[in-house]
Design a protein around this ligand. Structure first.
Ligand SMILES: Nc1nc2c(ncn2[C@@H]2O[C@H](COP(=O)(O)OP(=O)(O)O)[C@@H](O)[C@H]2O)c(=O)[nH]1
Ligand SMILES: [Mg+2]
Length: 204
């Protein structure tokens, strides 16, 4: 009997099952301003169906949410995104995407508990929305990488110019990404893992 083609196998789909060798689970938070691509990134890399709490934007948020540059955006995350990605047989990342709007900051306390690191997604058309987020991460001492999400009209600045504009210390990695693609989003997470690892390894 050819088990590979058998359709009678019951139980969870393989993508929902972690290998028994999975030993290390790391919690990663994806943060950034409104409409920078957090939900998109979690959806692109997650190997489980991402859990997202997206709501159609209503007039109530019209004065509060700055939609300049994202005029076509009709949904916004009201609580959070959740996804999972296995980097290899042993390392599993749990991804928590959290809204950047100030009125959701009360969520940060719980969400950052036990988080080893964060990804700050940045849209170079709207750099200013990243300032608060970065400031709050620095206050909390959460290590992070900055990922520049490429939108068609995004101006491209030299990395060092952006580092200065965002007031980032020299060691914080800045990477470019397209949050819509799995590979690119995975590269962002790998950059974070490498950075976290470098922080635990004393430089000679
Ligand atoms: N061109 C382009 N559009 C993107 C990219 N990432 C997200 N978007 C779009 O930008 C909008 C906002 O993304 P979303 O993930 O909802 O942002 P969030 O508020 O940070 O969760 C959506 O319409 C996405 O399809 C990207 O890398 N490139
Ligand atoms: Mg979202």
């Amino acid at each position: 009997m050819d088990f590979r083609s058998s359709e009678t196998v019951v139980g969870p789909r393989s993508e929902d099952t972690l290998p028994s060798s999975a030993a290390t689970a790391v919690k990663v938070v994806i943060v950034g301003g409104f409409g920078v691509g957090k939900t998109t990134l979690v959806g692109a890399v997650s190997e489980i169906r991402p859990l997202t709490t997206e709501e159609t934007m209503t007039q109530a948020g019209a004065d509060v949410d700055d939609i300049a540059g994202v005029e076509r955006k009709t949904a916004t995350t009201v609580a959070m995104d959740f996804g999972r990605i296995s980097i290899n047989d042993e390392l599993v990342l749990y991804l928590f995407g959290t809204p950047g709007q100030q009125r959701f900051w009360f969520l940060w306390n719980g969400l950052f508990e036990g988080a080893l690191g964060a990804v700050v997604l940045v849209d170079t058309r709207r750099l200013e929305v990243s300032f608060d987020v970065i400031g709050r991460l620095e206050e909390r001492g959460v290590p992070f990488v900055v990922a520049l999400n490429s939108f068609p009209e995004s101006p491209s600045y030299p990395t060092e110019e952006l580092r200065a504009a965002l007031d980032l210390p020299p060691e914080v990695p800045i990477v470019e990404c397209d949050a819509r693609t799995r590979e690119s989003s995975r590269d962002v997470l790998m950059a974070l893992m490498r950075y976290l690892y470098s922080l635990t390894t004393p430089t000679p």
